[in-house]
Write a protein that binds this ligand. Structure first.
Ligand code: A2P
Length: 251
């Protein structure tokens, strides 16, 4: 979303009931997100605002500068969660970047330390340096269930956040197994998929600019999938959808 669309959507989303807003330097819409937050009129402390920084900022000073730029655009004094957007292991600074965020937490500028797209091997290096990130945000949906990554996160008390939880137009929402469960509950396929995330303890961050779908994606807390239904969704793993390889890609 560009700034204008982000402002309208964030304002509407907050008034619809959303409290977690996820943006990034790379989305180039932090100022629109900030505008939407102000327009909504909701007190700052009721929101959980996440942003992320790019590969230009892996040093401690760099992370501070990245925070200052993002916070300035958002119009916020602190952010709830700051993520290293990609590990970029070619730079060899994916541990230092997390240390930079931890220093901001000590200064009260950031409330939680996060990584994004870190593999267990990257996280282990961070843990060996004495920091356990609060959150790792990874590409995760029923076709990419990331079982090994989730087990690693659970072992270390790291919250798993799912980016592109609806599978980014990969046909997931047309899968017969998902459609059948949706029909059985009188819900939409997207609601079934989001419920699949939430019921297993993941934090899903679906993106929508459409008012109806925004409301629909939030309305998932009074439906419960059975063990058999979760198992039916699990079988979608068998399609072996590609996951972006964070040893190869990053920005
Ligand atoms: P739109 O913004 O027009 O609603 P993901 O979060 O997995 O990356 O998927 C985001 C995409 O899924 C967006 O293109 C969004 O389009 C679409 N989307 C979001 N919510 C729903 C929904 N409830 N049903 C169908 N498509 C959705």
């Amino acid at each position: 979303m560009d700034d204008a669309e982000a402002a309208d959507t964030v304002d509407l989303a907050i008034r619809t009931g959303y409290r977690l807003i996820d943006t990034a330097e790379n989305y180039r819409n932090e100022s629109g997100v900030g505008e939407g937050i102000r327009r909504s009129g909701i007190p700052r402390e009721e929101l959980f605002v996440t942003t992320k920084f790019n590969r230009e900022h892996p040093s401690r000073d760099g992370v501070l500068r990245a925070f200052e730029t993002s916070a300035g655009l958002l119009g916020l004094e602190y952010v709830d969660l700051l993520l290293v957007h990609w590990p970029n292991p070619d730079q060899g600074r994916h541990v230092e970047a997390v240390e930079g965020i931890a220093a901001l937490v000590e200064q009260g500028l950031v409330r939680a330390v996060g990584t994004s797209n870190y593999k267990p091997a990257h996280l282990q290096q961070v843990i060996d340096a004495g920091i356990i990130p609060d959150v790792n945000q990874i590409q995760l949906d029923p076709q990419r269930p990331r079982i090994a990554e989730r087990a690693f996160h659970d072992e270390h008390g790291i919250v798993t956040q799912s980016w592109s939880p609806l599978g980014q137009g990969s046909g997931l929402l047309d899968e017969p197994a998902v459609v059948a469960i949706a029909e059985a509950h009188g819900r939409t396929p997207a609601q079934v998929v989001l419920r699949w995330h939430v019921q297993q303890g993941m934090v899903a961050i679906p993106k929508s600019a459409n008012p109806e779908r925004l409301a629909q994606n939030l309305d998932i807390f009074d439906v419960e999938l059975s063990g058999a239904e979760l198992a039916a969704v699990h079988t979608l793993d068998s399609c072996r959808a590609d996951v972006v390889d964070s040893d190869e890609f990053g920005h």
